[in-house]
Design a protein around this ligand. Sequence first.
Ligand code: ATP
Length: 671
Amino acid sequence: MAQSGDATNAPSMDAIPILKWSNLNYDVKVKGGTRRILHNISGSIYPGELVAIMGSSGAGKTTLLNVLAGRVQGGRLEGEIKFLGATRNPHTFKRMLAYVEQDDLMHSALTVKETLLTSAQLRLSNNVYSPEDKQERVSTVMRQLRLLHIKDSRIGGGGKRGVSGGERKRVSIGAELVIDPGILVLDEPSSGLDSSSAEMVIELTKEMSRQRNLCTLVTIHQPSAEMVARFDKVILLAQGKLVYMGPTTQAVPHFEKLGYPPTHSNPANFFIDLMTIDFSSTEATLKSEERVQLLVDAFAEFQQRGGNLQLPTRKSFEEASIHSSEDCVPAQGQENNASSSTSIAALNDACSGKGSQAGNVETNLAHCGLNAGDITQEEANLFQSEPPPMNSWVSEAWILLKRDWILTIRNRSFVNGLIVQAVVMMLFNGFVFFQLDNNQASVQNRIGTLFTLTLVSTFPVAIPLMTVIMSGRDVLHRERSGGMYRMTTYFVARALSFYPVVYIPYIIMFAGIYFIANLQYDVAKFFISLLVYAVLLFCSLGFAFLMAMIVRQMDVAHTITPVCLSVFMLFAGNLSNANAITPVLRWIKYVCIFYYSYSGLVQNEFNGLEFDCSTNESSCYSSGEDVIDAYGLDEIPIWGCVVINFALGLGFYIIAYLSLRWVAKPRFLWL
Ligand SMILES: Nc1ncnc2c1ncn2[C@@H]1O[C@H](COP(=O)(O)OP(=O)(O)OP(=O)(O)O)[C@@H](O)[C@H]1O
């Protein structure tokens, strides 16, 4: 097997790194000034390499990874990053990059296969891959990541049983690998895993890198000696400064030459000891800071001189991949070729919108009109054009709708909660206001029925719905950062997936109350009430989306939402006379969904009703119109209530969407 650290393997002239970064500096604002998190970091990574970023806690590993992945937010970033020798286009780069976050953010209710298939369906172009190709791709990834035996298991998490931690991590990796990326980035893939699961993840990652000619960057805290041996290169960071970058096998000799012989059998422990600042005493701190600075200066000088730590060529990796693992590496020119061709197909998609049958980086660059090692600015500009969306709007929305529908119906507590609420409220309301007749007491009871109907269709609908939407935001953020789909398709699919589970039980509840309470038995009146009520449900869903999108924290949303709904309740026209509200606050009723629904329902019910005034009561409503007038609910006709409420509901959705699209949009710094 060719040694990745073989000093005789000088890079060939045509070898261009997949990613090359120079003089990266990253500053963040802190109290009283700025703090430099990354100091003048340079390096490069080639296809097929597995590279670990190591350092003690707070060394800047995740920050460097995020900078290279184009996922850093806030602060100031300087330096240069080249992707295949050209300036990166964020849209194209996103398609080539697979980013596996430290927390495995996936939908817990989906199975392993569903998770991978949805990723493939959304992220692979229908023009290039047939549905069978996508299925095949998913099966291949599951086989390679040893996931076939759990393909129908739910992911689980958040208190629900599911696959193990190591399996979850492998699913996260698989969901990214189905697109055949050019670069795989993993943040602390071993964190939270036992040593054998962690080793398996790293081992499989190495296999994948070799098989797919993938360049893989991993941050890792303190790996075992076996794990360290699997990395082709290491990037060692101390206090945001580069202490070493080069072949793993040459790291220990490098430090030995500087006068630091190894003190541990595990090189990772040795590196961490060298790079950690000892805060136990002032003297120890100064001494360790001095040591780190010396290592940093030595490596900077070494880099300036050109260094004699030779990076391995791509050829050496191809050789290594043939010899490294007989059972997982396919015959040269077969799967290896196929996987690189598909991996580069994504690049070609980005360049030309077509798939490629090419088998290596050079050929695929040529497909994009680029020549390896000889990229002019004009050629590099090919990467600047924004690639077309992977699939049509309708196809994307349909995939998301299917996924969201599965998520919704598998959320048993949510669905059952809505059904139980609807049934209980129907029985209580119906029988408290049972078979109303036309006496004076029925006036109050009819008013009570309609007002309660308004309340029970907003509070218990909007609050759980908002919780469900918010609990999926982490996954949304991850998928959005990876450019998996448009925000419009996400929004429409998410909303549509909720309608049946809200509308079916609540329309049944409405009809039940209507007939049990003996509201006006008139077909036209029933359907008009139903229309007013259906629009109210539309508004409740819209309000839930609004709160879920504009409020960042779940607990804040749980405080604000009931308060807003309670204010709406005050202005509905039941607890206060709609015409007698203080003029300064009267406008609130015009943005109050309760007011229009309640007013519409009351007008529809009371119009045409006659009441019995024979009981000698001091005040008597002889007709329904008197009641409407007394409550001040005749200002806007029923059709007006329906139209205005529909417009308000639509407004909620639009503001929620705009908030999602622009306000909650992650703003990554880009080089
Ligand atoms: N946006 C930011 N604002 C303020 N400080 C930041 C910011 N981003 C990173 N830092 C600081 O930069 C340092 C490096 O952070 P980073 O997360 O990259 O470290 P790390 O090496 O990955 O650590 P760990 O292994 O503990 O995850 C830390 O001290 C962190 O607090």
